[in-house]
Ligand binder design. Structure first.
Ligand SMILES: [Zn+2]
Length: 293
């Protein structure tokens, strides 16, 4: 964070000293590789495009760009301010993915009937529509883990379910006892609440602005309502195993537009924007507290 402030200080100082017609500053935090969420900065009031698509940064110049698991090729960033512009081109680096075998799933969830396939498709439309809802709020740059538990599956793994090759696992699985609290990783607005989806069971989608949406599935209990504004740390619901799951866990996704992002990489890049945690109390004090009890 300190270093970030230092960069920002130099940027602001540089800008005031520079002549008005200076090319916009553009830099990225994170690696240009598959599954990444890049946190970028562009001089405020610049017009920004990525591969020709318009991106609207926060007022202070920060923005995010997601790269899908299977994305290839290049990302061309272009920032225009007045008559000057800055262009940067990056090649998306590939990543290697695990192969994960998941057995013991109810067979109908792996090879659903025609009727069930229709239900899955209808529910997918609901979540797609919810993801597109516009959220009018400044994107909160600092996110945290939504639940405590064991990481039982990472993002990107190619899955073989009951022996049948399935889709890649585009989420982070956090396993813990049924009833473990799930909290909002950042401020947001609840975009969708669904009580019983065929694959994902009790489901919640939260929008955070800048086209970033997080989702929470397989829950045993939901504690929020659609349209509700929520604060970081607020309870969203409880861990469960509703829908297609072999044990209680939170399947947590982070998406940018229609791309699923690696939640662990996202948190790592976001950490730089989080306030530094206060130092733990001195051991002496802690001891006296313990003795009192
Ligand atoms: Zn999962």
């Amino acid at each position: 964070m300190k270093r970030l402030f230092l960069i920002l200080f130099f940027l602001t100082a540089g800008q005031t000293a520079a002549i008005a017609d200076e090319a916009p500053v553009l830099f990225l935090n994170g690696q240009v590789r598959q599954g990444e969420m890049l946190f970028g900065f562009v001089s405020p009031q610049s017009e920004l495009t990525v591969n020709g698509e318009k991106i609207i940064p926060r007022k202070d110049g920060w923005f995010v760009i997601g790269i899908g698991r299977d994305d290839k090729g290049t990302l061309v960033f272009n920032a225009k301010k007045g008559s000057r512009e800055t262009t940067r081109t990056f090649t998306i680096k590939p990543r290697k993915w695990n192969i994960q075998r998941v057995d013991g799933l109810p067979q109908n969830t792996v090879t659903p009937s025609e009727e069930e396939q229709k239900r899955i498709a209808d529910e997918a439309v609901l979540t797609q529509q919810a993801r597109k809802k516009n959220i009018d709020m400044p994107f909160p740059l600092c996110f945290s883990m939504p639940a405590v538990g064991r990481i039982s599956s990472v993002y990107g793994s190619q899955r073989i379910m009951n022996g049948v090759p399935g889709n890649a696992h585009n989420a982070l699985d956090i396993a813990n006892k049924e009833g473990t609290k799930i909290t909002a990783p950042a401020d947001g607005v609840v975009l969708l609440v669904h009580d019983d989806m065929f694959l994902s069971g009790k489901t919640v989608l939260i929008g955070h602005g800048q086209d970033v949406v997080t989702s929470y599935i397989h829950m045993s209990k939901i504690a929020v309502k659609e349209g509700q504004k929520i604060k970081k740390g607020q309870e969203i619901g409880r861990i469960g195993m509703t829908g297609r799951a072999t044990g209680p866990h939170l399947h947590w996704t982070v998406s940018w537009k229609d791309k699923r992002i690696d939640p662990q990489v996202f948190l790592k890049n976001s950490e730089k924007f989080c306030p530094i945690a206060p130092k733990p109390a001195k051991t002496k004090k802690a001891k006296t507290k313990k003795q009192k009890r």
